[in-house]
Design a protein around this ligand. Structure first.
Ligand SMILES: NC(=O)c1ccc[n+]([C@@H]2O[C@H](COP(=O)([O-])OP(=O)(O)OC[C@H]3O[C@@H](n4cnc5c(N)ncnc54)[C@H](O)[C@@H]3O)[C@@H](O)[C@H]2O)c1
Length: 305
């Protein structure tokens, strides 16, 4: 099913700022759909890594027969890596910022983009946690700013949450929707700024409940995961997903929410995650989390006392 949101229409070149985990793939995703993209980073090595990673991804798609060689070459040639933000901005119709999750750095980028982009160009942040009203006042065009929240990995996950800030104009929102579609991603519109937008709020609610059930001794992590997979048809259970995301990262996010809301589910989540992270169990990346990844298939490992 596609979103009912109308298009705003937009053509021209896309600028992606930040060539890390998200920015590299946002650029490649747009290029796969015929968009010419400038990919900017302060670090030339990150640009090289991004281009090499994208090239590998395209080659694998060709090897698997999912993409023609010509299409792959076309998509690769449409992304231009550069460290020159001002030059790239001056020839772009729309910008997506995907730099480190620090408001001060993002504000600097917003101000610099504002100085060099054409007057009608919009500026979107891909941030998962920083709403655009915290950045838009670094520019003289707050009505042209919004969040465009893509999901990791962008080349696989078919969703973009377009989040409207208090000053975002209807036209900007419609144009962000149009850009998402142009990039081959399904947009939905979040009409009000709210922590976690839609997906991470729903995921957070389910995950809090799962940790409460585990903390209460109602079922094991493995059985809760099986219940969610088989009963709700989710591809992963909440503990498998936490292991996949990194338990240290999940702990930081949940601790931040607990400090603001004091929800009982967050307290249970933080208590369990502190024990796991304290024991060096960070999930897949450290080989052990709620499961032991040294064996295939991964074996359940109860949390430490
Ligand atoms: N990683 C995820 O799963 C995920 C998912 C959705 C949204 N996001 C959001 O995407 C954004 C980027 O996250 P990431 O995981 O790709 O980060 P990352 O650390 O992988 O990449 C950040 C990049 O920004 C570059 N950078 C830093 N300062 C810069 C500057 N002044 N100018 C240009 N480039 C600069 C860095 O060199 C780095 O290459 C964050 O706002 C995050 O909230 C991340």
């Amino acid at each position: 099913m596609t979103s009912s949101v109308p298009d705003g229409g937009d053509q021209g070149r896309l600028l992606v700022v930040g060539a890390g985990t998200m920015g590299a793939q946002i650029a490649q995703q747009a290029a796969l759909h015929g968009v010419d993209v400038s990919l900017v980073d302060v670090d030339g090595e990150h640009l090289k890594r991004a281009m090499a990673g994208n090239r590998q991804w395209l080659d694998r798609r060709v090897e698997k027969g999912k993409l023609g060689r010509d299409e792959a070459e076309d998509a690769a040639s449409r992304v231009t890596p550069t460290t020159d933000l001002a030059g790239a901005a001056s020839e772009s119709a729309w910008a997506i910022e995907a730099v480190v999750e620090l408001p001060s750095v993002k504000r600097e980028i917003f101000a610099e983009l504002d100085a060099h982009l054409p007057a009608r160009a919009g500026i979107a942040t891909n941030s998962s946690n920083i709403v655009v009203s915290r950045l838009a006042d670094a520019t003289a065009r707050p009505e042209l700013c919004c969040n465009m929240h893509f999901f990791h990995p962008v080349l696989v996950m078919d969703l973009c949450e377009v989040v409207r800030g208090p000053e975002t104009s209807d036209d900007t929102c419609a144009r962000a929707v149009a850009w998402s579609k142009r990039m081959g991603r399904t947009p939905i519109v979040v009409e009000k700024e709210i922590d976690g937008f839609i997906v991470n709020r729903i995921l957070g609610a389910a995950s809090r409940e799962a940790f409460s059930l585990l903390q209460g001794g109602v079922a094991s992590a493995e059985d809760i995961d099986i219940a969610v997979r088989k009963g709700l048809n989710w591809p992963m259970g909440p503990f498998q997903l936490a292991d996949f995301s990194g338990l240290d990262t999940v702990l930081t996010i949940r601790r931040d929410r607990m400090e603001r809301d004091h929800a009982p589910g967050d307290v249970a989540t933080v208590a369990i995650l502190e024990r796991m992270v304290g024991a060096g169990r960070l999930g897949r990346k450290s080989g052990r989390g709620f499961y032991d990844y040294a064996v295939d298939p991964p074996a359940p490992l109860p949390p430490p006392d």
